[in-house]
Design a binder for this molecule. Sequence first.
Ligand SMILES: [Zn+2]
Length: 65
Amino acid sequence: MSLCLNPDCLAVNPETHRFCHKCGQKLWLKGRYQALKLIGQGGFGKTLLAVDLDKPSRLHCVIKQ
Ligand SMILES: [Zn+2]
């Protein structure tokens, strides 16, 4: 699964998609970070669990918006 990075959308897309089926935005941040799920949400923004596709080990990381 791949989460849309558009803060107003956050649609869940199939892993194979490169663009959001709902809003059309690119799903991979800088072409390498794929958001997996929303792990936090507060007054300052959202925190997303992501995977770094540029690393062979597919390290997990966190994206803050
Ligand atoms: Zn979207």
